[in-house]
Design a protein around this ligand. Structure first.
Ligand code: ADP
Ligand code: MG
Length: 502
C-alpha cells in the first residue's frame, strides 16, 4: 500500500533545450510531514515543483497523489487534487484587499453574484483554526512581505489544499517572520496537511522538516530523515563534496587600528535615538562581527559608518582620520535598494561608485575597454553567470547579482570593508564563496566590519563578536570562546552588561 504517501513522483525527467533540469527524479513525501527540498541554484527544485503543480509537463515519469496515479495537466488539475503552491515571487494584486486577493479566481458564486460574506466567514474560520491574525480589509500592497506570504498561504487553504508547496518562502523574510511562518507550518502539519518546503538555509531544514531530498544538477543525491542527519552531510550532498570550508580560526589580527568609533549616537529616520553611545575599534586583518535582533541599532550604526546617516554626536575615524566616505567599500544588506541598478549592465554596475578611479578614465571619456576587461576579470574570479559583461544585471539570479556587488566592493581600494548580511538569499556554494573572499581580504590586512543576523556566519568569520541590544553593546565575545546559545542570550537581553568599548 502506498496510501501513506501524499506525493510520489517517479522517474521524472524534464529538459529545457540542452539542459536536463530534472533527470530521473524520484520524490516521495509522506502524508502529514514537512519535507524539505534542497540544492544549489539551478539544481531543478522549482522545476520539479512546477511539474507537481501542473505548470510544466514532464518529458517522462509519473505522479501518484495519495497512492493513485494522477494526470496533472494544469494548476486547476493540481488544485482539484488538493495541491497548492506559493511561488518564489509572490503573485498578489497590490491594489486589491486581502480578502479579494484570497478569493481571486475562486469566487463563491451564488445566483450569479459573488457572495463575499460566505467567503469572509470561511476565511475567518481558517484564520481561527491556524491562529493567524490579519486584517482582511487592508490592501495587499501596504503589507509587509511576511504578511503577504500569509495571504499566499491563506489562498491555498481557502482552496482546501492538503498538500502545500512553498518555494523558498523564507528568502525574503526577517528572522521573526520566519519564526512565525514555521509556527504556522507546524500547525498546518498538526492538522494533517503535507508541506513541501524549498529552502537554501540548512539550519531551517534541520529545525522544521521531517525529511529531506537533495537535488544536484537535476538528480537526486540524497534522501534523508532529518533526525538522522546533520548540516555537514546535507551540505556535502548539495555540492558534491567539493566545499572548501575556511574559518577565522587561523587569523591573527594586526595591531594598527583601522576603524575607530567613539561614543557614537545616531538617530534613525524617524528621529528616535537607536545608537546610544557605541565605541569600538577594528584592527588591520580583523573581522569584527555585530550580532543583534533586528531593530537594536545595527542598521543605523552601519549607515553612520558608511556616511549614509549623520551621527548626533561622537566620532568615526578610519586610519586615524575623519573619513571621506567615497573611499568606503560597502556590501549592503539590500542589494536592490543600495547595491545595484537593475536595468544597467554588469559593467555599468561595476562602475557604480567607482567612476573617478584612474583605471577607468580615458583621455576625455570613460575607458570602456578597461572597464570591460576589469568586469571580465571579476566575472572569471567570482564565477558570475552568465559571464557576459554587457548583460543586464536584472536578468541574473540573486546569487549572481550578489556576487557581482561583493566583487565590486571587495576590489575597491579601501582599508575598511563594511558588510551587511552578505549571504542573505545565497545558496550554499555562493555563500561559501563570499565567505572565503572576506576571509581572504582579512588575511590581506583589511579590516572588515560585518553585520549579520546569522549567528553561525558570525562565528565562522569574525574573531570578535559584539552583541547589540537596545542601542548599546551588551557583550563582546571571542568567537573561539563563545557559542550560539550565549550570543543568543545576549541578543535577547537575558543578561545585561555595560560594555564601554569593543
Ligand atoms: N522555463 C525554463 N526555460 C528554460 N530553462 C529553464 C526553465 N526553467 C528552469 N530552467 C533551467 O532549468 C534548470 C533548473 O532550474 P530550477 O528548477 O529553477 O532550479 P532551482 O529552483 O533549483 O534553482 C536551470 O538550469 C534553469 O536555468
Ligand atoms: Mg528555484
Amino acid at each position: 500500500m502506498t496510501e501513506e504517501f501524499a506525493v510520489e513522483m517517479k522517474n521524472i525527467t524534464k529538459t529545457f533545450g540542452d539542459i536536463k533540469a530534472n533527470d530521473l527524479v524520484n520524490l516521495t513525501v509522506k502524508k502529514g510531514e514537512i519535507h524539505a527540498i534542497v540544492g544549489e541554484n539551478g539544481a531543478g527544485k522549482s522545476t520539479l515543483m512546477n511539474i507537481l503543480y501542473g505548470m510544466y509537463h514532464p518529458d517522462n515519469g509519473k505522479i501518484l497523489i495519495n497512492g493513485k496515479e494522477a494526470a496533472i495537466n494544469s494548476p486547476a488539475d493540481a488544485i482539484k487534487l488538493g495541491i497548492g503552491m506559493v511561488h518564489q515571487h509572490f503573485m498578489l494584486v497590490s491594489t486589491l484587499s486581502v480578502l479579494e486577493n484570497i478569493i481571486l479566481g475562486d469566487e463563491t458564486v451564488k445566483n450569479g453574484m459573488l457572495n463575499l460574506n460566505v467567503s469572509r466567514e470561511k476565511i475567518k474560520s481558517i484564520l481561527n483554526s491556524f491562529n493567524i491574525s490579519i486584517d482582511l480589509n487592508a490592501s495587499a500592497g501596504e503589507l509587509s512581505v511576511g504578511t503577504q506570504q500569509k495571504i499566499e498561504i491563506l489562498k491555498l487553504l481557502y482552496r482546501n489544499a492538503q498538500i502545500l508547496i512553498l518555494d523558498e518562502p523564507t528568502a525574503v523574510l526577517t528572522p521573526r517572520e520566519t519564526a512565525e511562518l514555521f509556527k504556522t507550518m507546524t500547525e498546518l502539519k498538526n492538522s494533517g496537511r503535507t508541506i513541501i518546503l524549498i529552502t537554501h538555509k540548512l539550519n531551517e531544514v534541520l529545525s522544521v522538516s521531517d525529511s529531506v531530498t537533495v537535488l544536484r544538477k537535476g538528480k537526486v543525491t540524497g534522501n534523508l530523515k532529518t533526525s538522522e542527519t546533520d548540516i555537514k552531510v546535507i551540505a556535502r550532498l548539495i555540492v558534491g563534496g567539493e566545499l572548501q570550508e575556511e574559518s577565522q580560526n587561523n587569523i591573527t589580527p594586526g595591531n594598527d587600528t583601522v576603524l575607530e568609533i567613539n561614543d557614537l549616537h545616531v538617530k534613525n529616520s524617524r528621529g528616535n535615538e537607536t545608537v546610544k553611545g557605541i565605541s569600538l575599534n577594528i584592527s588591520r586583518g580583523e573581522i569584527l562581527g555585530i550580532a543583534g535582533v533586528e531593530g537594536n541599532g545595527q542598521t543605523e550604526l552601519v549607515e553612520a559608518v558608511c556616511g549614509m546617516l549623520k551621527p548626533e554626536s561622537g566620532e568615526i575615524k578610519i586610519n586615524g582620520k575623519l573619513p571621506s566616505h567615497t573611499v568606503t567599500a560597502h556590501i549592503p544588506a539590500n542589494r536592490h535598494l543600495h547595491g545595484m541598478v537593475k536595468e544597467y549592465t554588469l559593467s555599468e554596475n561595476v562602475l557604480l561608485g567607482r567612476e573617478s578611479e584612474e583605471k577607468f578614465s580615458g583621455k576625455f571619456f570613460l575607458n570602456y575597454n578597461s572597464l570591460k576587461d576589469f568586469t571580465n576579470e571579476l566575472i572569471a574570479e567570482y564565477d558570475i553567470r552568465p559571464g557576459d559583461s554587457s548583460a543586464v544585471i536584472g536578468g541574473l539570479s540573486g546569487g549572481n547579482q550578489q556576487k557581482l556587488v561583493a566583487a565590486r566592493e571587495i576590489t575597491k581600494d579601501s582599508p575598511l570593508l563594511i558588510v551587511s548580511h552578505p549571504t542573505r538569499g545565497l545558496d550554499i556554494r555562493a555563500a561559501e564563496f563570499v565567505h572565503n573572499a572576506l576571509l581572504n581580504e582579512c588575511k590581506n590586512g583589511r579590516a572588515v566590519f560585518l553585520v549579520s543576523s546569522d549567528i553561525n556566519e558570525l562565528l565562522k568569520l569574525s574573531t570578535r563578536i559584539a552583541v547589540m541590544f537596545n542601542g548599546r553593546l551588551n557583550a563582546v565575545l571571542n568567537s573561539n570562546e563563545t557559542s550560539e546559545n550565549e550570543i543568543g542570550e545576549y541578543m535577547l537581553g537575558l543578561h545585561i552588561n555595560k560594555i564601554d568599548k569593543a
